[in-house]
Design a protein around this ligand. Structure first.
Ligand SMILES: Cc1cc2nc3c(=O)[nH]c(=O)nc-3n(C[C@H](O)[C@H](O)[C@H](O)COP(=O)(O)O)c2cc1C
Ligand code: SF4
Ligand code: SF4
Length: 261
């Protein structure tokens, strides 16, 4: 079984490609059972985005709460999808699994479009498609290594794990929902952002009805912190959500395999 979290489709795509190639299932952690019983020879994989060089909070929580039962000859791996620097995601996952008495056999990475659009510009569809295409041979390589049951950390663009002392507080800071903004001239009050948020950080509240917003609803971030997946920003049909006013000119991103515009 391969477990994944994916806000914009990259990790879902990688998980599904690997699952198909090695004849297993890909399962979103958002709907997964936390009891994991492996059969003899079965593979246990985690495919995850990189968040500030480390595991996203939701993936860390899933691993921590999972009740994992290995049997014989299991093979455990993590694949980090990333846009610029993978950092120490695989090492992070290895530490989390070790705390549960589970040895992670291997770590891998796949470079893909960087959905952290406060910093990265994904407004050029051709460049983005090139990055999506460039990921395919990397995924093939990871599949080959998994088939061979390769051992060790094969992930690229790594940073020393010790740096998590620096990046943890950064992620905590950036996770504050006060950084999200909504352009009321664009928002149609559809509620998709609230419905899809994996941690229910958004509530739809009443607002004045207008020609544009006939439903008279508006998203409000009611939780102080969220998982910072940026799914709300990238999936909004009107691109009405921004992060810290830094994202409006950087485009929205959803992996082309899953989301057609
Ligand atoms: C909050 C946040 C932090 C991120 N931090 C990093 C990072 O440190 N290094 C990196 O290379 N990519 C980073 N990214 C980019 C994502 O890891 C990358 O685009 C990933 O493939 C997205 O996966 P998904 O489409 O499955 O959600 C970050 C993205 C977000 C939303
Ligand atoms: S998804 Fe976009 S348009 Fe719909 S309610 Fe949320 S911000 Fe408004
Ligand atoms: S508020 Fe947006 S960025 Fe935060 S967890 Fe929910 S969908 Fe993800």
């Amino acid at each position: 079984m391969i477990y994944y979290f994916s806000a914009t489709g990259n990790s879902k795509h990688v998980a599904e490609r690997i699952a198909e190639a090695i004849n297993t299932q890909a399962q979103s952690i958002e709907t997964a059972d936390s009891v994991i019983n492996l059969q003899t020879d079965e593979v246990l994989g985690f495919v995850t985005p990189t968040n500030w060089n480390q595991l996203p909070v939701l993936v860390r929580e899933f691993i921590r709460k999972a009740d994992i039962h290995l049997t014989q000859n299991n093979y455990v791996f993590t694949v980090a999808t990333y846009g610029a620097i993978q950092g120490f995601v695989c090492e992070d996952a290895r530490h989390e699994l070790k705390r549960k008495g589970i040895t992670m056999n291997a770590g891998f990475s796949v470079k893909m479009p960087d959905n952290w659009t406060p910093a990265f510009d994904l407004s050029d569809p051709q460049k983005v498609q090139q990055q999506v295409d460039d990921a395919e041979p990397q995924i093939d390589e990871v599949i080959e290594l998994i088939r061979k049951r390769a051992q060790g950390n094969h992930s690229k663009n790594r940073m020393p794990y010790i740096l998590h002392y620096l990046t943890n507080p950064l992620l905590e800071h950036e996770r504050q929902t006060k950084f999200f903004g909504v352009d009321d001239s664009l928002c149609i009050g559809c509620g998709l952002c609230a419905k899809k948020c994996p941690v229910q950080a958004i509530e739809m509240k009443e607002t004045a009805k207008s020609e544009n917003n006939k439903l008279g609803k508006r998203p409000v971030w009611t939780a102080e912190r969220c998982a910072l997946c940026l799914g709300c920003l990238h999936r909004c049909p009107k691109f009405a959500i921004n992060y810290d006013n830094k994202t409006q000119s950087h485009g929205q991103y959803l992996h082309s395999k899953y989301y057609k515009k």
